[in-house]
Design a protein around this ligand. Structure first.
Ligand SMILES: [Mn+2]
Length: 284
């Protein structure tokens, strides 16, 4: 695969899916190139006109960030819509690249960024990664107001709502031990929010009155889990195994994920009745 060079990635970003095609929202890839390739292949077979939106955290941690770059640039160059929103690791990676450009010694970079940059350099994909990261970091969220969904990396503060939540919260919010997840306190007032950042063992779909309002697609691909896509229009998950999963595992993994998603779905109306309404900023 030889993706073309030049600023292709940012220029093809669509503003909406007005041709009626579905949108596939893809969880944290974290440099797992083979998993992204397998998932995009599966999307091409099962949902050939779908627009892809990645929740961010694209390159660091995994072994093949250069493959992620190649896949994204090649897809963009072929006219297939693919975009990403800003993840905390995308900001870190772009900051590391800028530091190197300004003369910082490579040894000063944190280990994950140093390893990722080394891999990108050896495969000639630094410029491509930089192009993708600049476009990605500039987009904290992608909304489709007509369809009622928003993609962001980590989530919102339910007390502040989507518009009131600061950007740095949107790419980094995560419950500390003992705290409730933000999505358990979200009443659906800002429509469907799709996100990643917090790995879960199965894709999580929380409903209010049987309508999906919060979907977590980070199934820990780089930690031996799966890479998941959520097809918004079909309200359906697709997934492929992460790089460390043994050959025989995907089939066994498949059924528990489905059952888990169905089980969570069916219990949601009871949960929703206990959800607090949105409160103004500063109140407890
Ligand atoms: Mn993250």
């Amino acid at each position: 695969m030889t993706p073309p060079s030049g600023h292709i990635f940012d220029s093809i970003a669509p503003t909406g899916s007005d041709d009626g095609s579905d949108v596939a929202i893809i969880g944290d890839v974290h440099g797992c190139g083979a998993s992204l390739e397998a998932l995009l292949d599966r999307l091409d077979r099962e949902c050939p006109r779908s627009r892809s939106v990645l929740v961010g955290d694209l390159f660091t941690k995994g072994d093949t960030p250069e493959v992620v770059v190649e896949l994204m640039l090649a897809r963009a160059a072929s006219g297939r819509p693919i975009e990403a929103v800003c993840g905390n690791h995308d900001r870190r990676m772009l900051a590391a690249m800028l530091a190197i450009e300004h003369g910082a010694p490579v040894e000063d970079l944190p280990r994950a960024e140093r390893r990722c940059l080394d891999r990108l350099e050896r495969h000639g994909r630094v410029a491509g990664a930089r192009e993708i990261l600049e476009a990605t970091v500039a987009r904290v969220e992608i909304r489709d107001p007509d369809a009622g969904w928003t993609v962001l990396h980590a989530g919102i503060d339910p007390r502040l709502g989507l518009d009131g939540t600061p950007d740095e919260v949107k790419w980094s919010i995560k419950a500390r031990p003992g705290e409730r997840h933000w999505w358990d306190c979200y009443d659906g007032g800002d429509g469907l929010l799709v996100f990643g950042h917090k790995p879960v063992t199965a894709p999580m779909r929380r409903c209010v009155e049987r309508c999906p309002v919060a979907v977590n697609v980070d199934t820990g691909c780089v930690y031996g889990g799966a890479l998941t896509a959520y097809l918004v229009g079909e309200d359906r998950f697709l997934w492929v195994p992460g790089p460390d999963v043994a050959e025989e595992r995907p089939a066994r993994r498949t059924r528990p994920i489905t059952r888990e998603a169905d089980r969570r779905d069916s219990t949601v109306p009871q949960e929703a009745s206990a959800v607090p309404g949105r409160r103004p900023a500063g109140s407890s």
